[in-house]
Structure formats: structure tokens, C-alpha cells
Write a protein that binds this ligand. Structure first.
Ligand code: EZ4
Ligand code: CO
Length: 405
């Protein structure tokens, strides 16, 4: 069970992904996702220069001790780069433990709490009609929960509506710099209620609807939005406001009963401790690849359960299929699971590199009983699609003030 070698790969089958492969002297290996969109090389260097040398020769069974060693042992705790590296190593060690035991990871966690994992799909468009047409397609494929994002008239670009129609890399040009989006709370409020009014008119009350504000609003504006949308019975409102100051969610909570979800950028339990403990949110959206791996996710989920908060793991295209598999294992186990974000099983190039047999049917995912995470990684296919420098956008208010993206 000695760790012999750890390889770090960075490939780009449409998005940059960082993959960690922990290899034992017996030849058994495990895989982890360390992707931090827009800051990839920082994690690669951190892993190769500072993490990997500490782990060679260690017993791969000691998942908890290795987690503590990399967290408490660095002195510089937390942080997105550090925690993505810990996450990937942790995921790979759970993968290994599963392979050695001959069991899928969800069995190691405690077995299944449900027969399948409910997913929500994304619908977006340049106008409300297009957005609802896309939602309609998902509903006809069996999805029972849809996130709606529609372009805000009068803004150049609205978060979440680019979809597959515009190439993410072309948009940034030959010399990649962060693209710039714009924001107007006024213009957004002129559109947003109509989106959900029309959605309920068209689809009725059985489909679950969600919406991602992507942190554009202040807490009191979020409270106003919550009041406006309450009658459309959303499953949750995501990232209504930034919660660096976790107390600020009290402002939203005291005005509206709309269910609130947050957490995709969180690195540790400390980022959401007050939100959970004070019951200021309903869904915690941490990702296993950013919040400290399977070990930390499990701890956050158990803590959240005490306060009636459910999990709703991040599932954007910039989490690799390894993280998606880790989430489906976690979701299969988590007693207080809510819903899993889902944007498809990846493009053709991604499927050449990452192979797994997670089945998705009627908006439900089923993990296979393959030992570990059940993902294979083709190193030579990964080399065919090299890293490309790329940034997430930034956002400015109409007067040029830099705002939350
Ligand atoms: O913008 O993952 O809910 N999903 C999201 C994502 C994030 C990206 C940023 O890296 O908010 O689309
Ligand atoms: Co989001």
C-alpha cells in the first residue's frame, strides 16, 4: 500500500482539467480532480513542488492522516489552491481504498440511501422563449428539475446563457484575458419575474425550478428577489449574494422563505459554518474537488444534517468527470442529499480521456458497482488535448465599477 509515484496531468478537452494519479508500488492507482478554473497552473505547481514529495512512501490506506498532514501540517491552512490539491489526493486515496476492498466508494461511505441520484439540468437562452424551449427539451427527456437562466435585455452578456453556442476559448481571443460581462440590478429585475411566471404557465407546478443569481445582488436586493419569486415555488435560489460575511444572509432570511443555496467556491467547512449553524441556507453546494475531497465533504454533509441543510453539489462543466463520479458516490450515500447539478456527461474528447459507466436516465443518475470511483483515465488521449491558458470572466457595473462575477 506504499505510494510510489504521483503524476499530475493537465489536459483540455474543451475545458482545462487537472488530474492527479496516485500510484502504489503494487501498481494499483487512484484518480482525483484538482481543477481550479482560471488558476490551473498554480495547483499543478503546488502539487508537484510541495505536496507530492511529502507523500512518496506513505501508506495509501491512511486517508485521514494524510488529509490532516496536508491541512494542519502546512501552517498556511485553507485557500482554493491548497484545498484543491488536498481534494484531489483525498479523492484518489478513496478510489484506491475502494479498489483494494473491491467495493464502490459509496459502499465505503455507508452504502446507498436512495435508489438513484436526482439531477437538475440547465436551460438558458437569449430570451425567455428560448430558455423555456430548452427547459421543455429537458423535461421531455425526463428531467424533473431545471435551472433557468435568461439573458437580461440591455446587457451585453448575462451569466449562464452562453451555453455551447459560443466557444469559450474563441471568446477570449488569441491572447487570453478575462472577458468582461456587465451588470444592472434594475435591468435584471425588469426581466426575472416574467421568466418564472412564464415557466409556471407553461410547465405547471410539478417541475422543480431553480435559478443562479451568481452573486450579483446585495443581501437586501436578494431579499426583494426572494419575495418576488416566492409565489413561483423555486426549489432553490442559488448564490443570491456573496456570503464572505456569513451573517449577511440574516438580512435575506428575515424577509423571505425562498430556499437558499450556496457554496460552490467554498474551500472548507469554515466558509459555511455560520450559514449552516444559524440555518441561514437550505442547500450547501460544496464540491468534493474544492472543499477538501470526499473526507471533508462527508464531514460538511454530516454537520449540515444537524441543521436540516441538504447537499446540492456543484456540477458545472469545469469539474472533471472524476469529480462528477465522486459526487454521484457521495450523493448515493448522503442521508441529507438534496439534488445534484448536471450539465451532461462530457463531449467526445472528454469521453476519450475519462471513461466511466455512470448511467443517466429520466433525470436520475446511477453509479456502477465498479470498485473505487469507477473512472479510467487515458494518459495518451489526455496528451492529445494540451492545456490552454484561459480565464473566467470578470463583471462590471454599467459605470465601470468592478462587481461580483
Ligand atoms: O460559474 O463553475 O452553478 N454553477 C455555476 C458555474 C460556475 C463555474 C465557475 O467556474 O455557477 O457555472
Ligand atoms: Co452556481
Amino acid at each position: 500500500m506504499k505510494i510510489k509515484e504521483i503524476r499530475v496531468f493537465i489536459c483540455n478537452p474543451g475545458r482545462n482539467f487537472i488530474t492527479v494519479k496516485v500510484i502504489l508500488d503494487s501498481g494499483i492507482y487512484g484518480l482525483g480532480d484538482a481543477t481550479v478554473n482560471g488558476r490551473e497552473m498554480a495547483v499543478v505547481t503546488y502539487l508537484e513542488e510541495h505536496v507530492v514529495p511529502c507523500l512518496i512512501g506513505r501508506n495509501a490506506h491512511d486517508i485521514e492522516d494524510i488529509w490532516q498532514y496536508l491541512y494542519k501540517g502546512v501552517y498556511w491552512r485553507k485557500g482554493p489552491i491548497n484545498m484543491a490539491a488536498i481534494s484531489a489526493i483525498d479523492m484518489a486515496l478513496w478510489d484506491i481504498k475502494g479498489k483494494v476492498a473491491g467495493l464502490p466508494v459509496y459502499q465505503l461511505l455507508g452504502g446507498q440511501s436512495r435508489s438513484g441520484v436526482s439531477l437538475y439540468a440547465h436551460a438558458h437562452g437569449e430570451n425567455i422563449g428560448d430558455t423555456l424551449d430548452m427547459a421543455d427539451k429537458h423535461i421531455r427527456q425526463g428531467f424533473k428539475a431545471i435551472r433557468l437562466q435568461s439573458a437580461v435585455p440591455g446587457l451585453k452578456v448575462t451569466y449562464g446563457v452562453l451555453g455551447d453556442r459560443k466557444d469559450y476559448y474563441k471568446l477570449q481571443g488569441n491572447r487570453p484575458l478575462p472577458p468582461e460581462d456587465d451588470w444592472s440590478t434594475q435591468k435584471y429585475f425588469n426581466m426575472i419575474e416574467e421568466l418564472f411566471f412564464q415557466a409556471r404557465e407553461r410547465f405547471g407546478n410539478d417541475v422543480h425550478l431553480m435559478h443562479d443569481v451568481h452573486s450579483r445582488l446585495t443581501p437586501i436586493e436578494s431579499a426583494r428577489l426572494g419575495q418576488l419569486l416566492e409565489k413561483y415555488n423555486l426549489f432553490f435560489l442559488e448564490d443570491a449574494s456573496i456570503a464572505e460575511n456569513q451573517d449577511s444572509y440574516k438580512v435575506i432570511r428575515q424577509h423571505t422563505t425562498i430556499p437558499l443555496a450556496i457554496g460552490e467556491t467554498y474551500n472548507t467547512i469554515w466558509d459555511c459554518k455560520d450559514l449552516i449553524q444559524n440555518q441561514l441556507i437550505d442547500y450547501i453546494r460544496v464540491a468534493a474537488s474544492h472543499a477538501g475531497g470526499i473526507t471533508a465533504f462527508r464531514r460538511i454533509a454530516d454537520f449540515a444534517d444537524v441543521y436540516n441543510v441538504k447537499t446540492a453539489p456543484h456540477g458545472a462543466p469545469d469539474l472533471s468527470p472524476i469529480c462528477f463520479a465522486a459526487h454521484i458516490h457521495l450523493d448515493t450515500w448522503t442521508p441529507n442529499f438534496g439534488i445534484q447539478e448536471f450539465v451532461g456527461l462530457g463531449n467526445k474528447q472528454s469521453k476519450e480521456i475519462f471513461q466511466h459507466d455512470i448511467q443517466v436516465k429520466d433525470g436520475i443518475a446511477h453509479v456502477s458497482d465498479a470498485p473505487g470511483l469507477g473512472v479510467e483515465f487515458d494518459e495518451s488521449a489526455a496528451r492529445e488535448y494540451p492545456y490552454k491558458r484561459s480565464y473566467l470572466p470578470v463583471c462590471r457595473l454599467e459605470d465601470g465599477t468592478l462587481w461580483n462575477w
